[in-house]
Design a protein around this ligand. Structure first.
Ligand code: AMP
Length: 215
């Protein structure tokens, strides 16, 4: 079995729960200095891989990993039917929001131009505006979308907001919260069917690890 963990911010928040599961071995996936991508665990039947947080859902959906941890923002964006998300880990909590510049506009704005949104969440952003009857034009970026409104390449952004510091530092105002976000334990549905005992044992370890953190 393979467990896929996300690199970066979520992995840091997840470390106490991972330690409580007793699955970590050496070399450890929480050691950000190592360049390794695949790690052993304390269970001979389980290896751990460390991938970009946006890719965890894809590794699990395509069967590269049986189980993983990923933000609900990523699950909503990809909406893979192959994934089942049985456990909210209540970490990595933030929200996905629309934010604008007070003087929003485009460099060469035509009077009829559509609202243009810079985001790394094209599906979520399009669906949000469509639900309000707005056909938004999406500029798909992978980072630094906060720059887009002040450079007049988009009217607004859709991105994750935690404390709001990044928005403020870039002169942006949060105007709508699209959804609240937290990290979920996710499972490949075929793995659930073919190895129900191993999968439910792992879910159980995370549930217990989480409970021990809350005490
Ligand atoms: P903040 O300045 O605290 O509002 O954080 C916003 C920045 O951190 C943005 O660049 C977000 O993409 C990123 N961010 C906030 N929360 C999370 C999270 N839970 N997971 C990943 N990135 C996040």
């Amino acid at each position: 079995m393979i467990l896929a963990l996300p690199k970066g911010r979520i992995l840091k928040a997840l470390t106490p729960v991972l330690e409580a599961t007793g699955l970590l071995s050496q070399p450890s996936p929480i050691d950000e200095k190592t360049r390794a991508l695949r790690f052993p665990s304390t269970e001979s039947q389980l290896d751990i891989v460390r991938v970009r947080s946006f890719d965890v859902a894809t590794f699990v959906a395509f069967g590269g990993a049986d189980i993983g941890i990923c933000g609900s923002d990523v699950l909503t964006e990809f909406d893979y039917p192959e994934i089942y998300a049985p456990l909210d880990l209540e970490i990595g909590q933030c929200r996905i929001s629309v934010a604008r510049h007070p003087r929003a506009g485009l460099r060469d704005e035509a009077p009829s131009s559509k609202i243009r949104i810079a985001t790394k969440y094209p599906v979520t952003a399009r669906a949000h505006f469509a639900s309000r009857g707005i056909n938004a034009e999406i500029v798909h970026l992978h980072g630094a979308m906060e720059l887009a409104p002040s450079l007049k390449m988009a009217h607004a952004i859709v991105d994750l907001v935690d404390t709001g510091t990044t928005l403020k530092a870039n002169g942006l105002e949060e105007t709508d919260v699209i959804a609240h976000v937290s990290s979920r334990l996710i499972v490949n549905r075929i793995a659930m069917k073919t190895r129900p005992q191993a999968v439910s044992d792992l879910i159980d370890r995370f549930r217990k690890g989480l409970r021990s953190q809350k005490k």
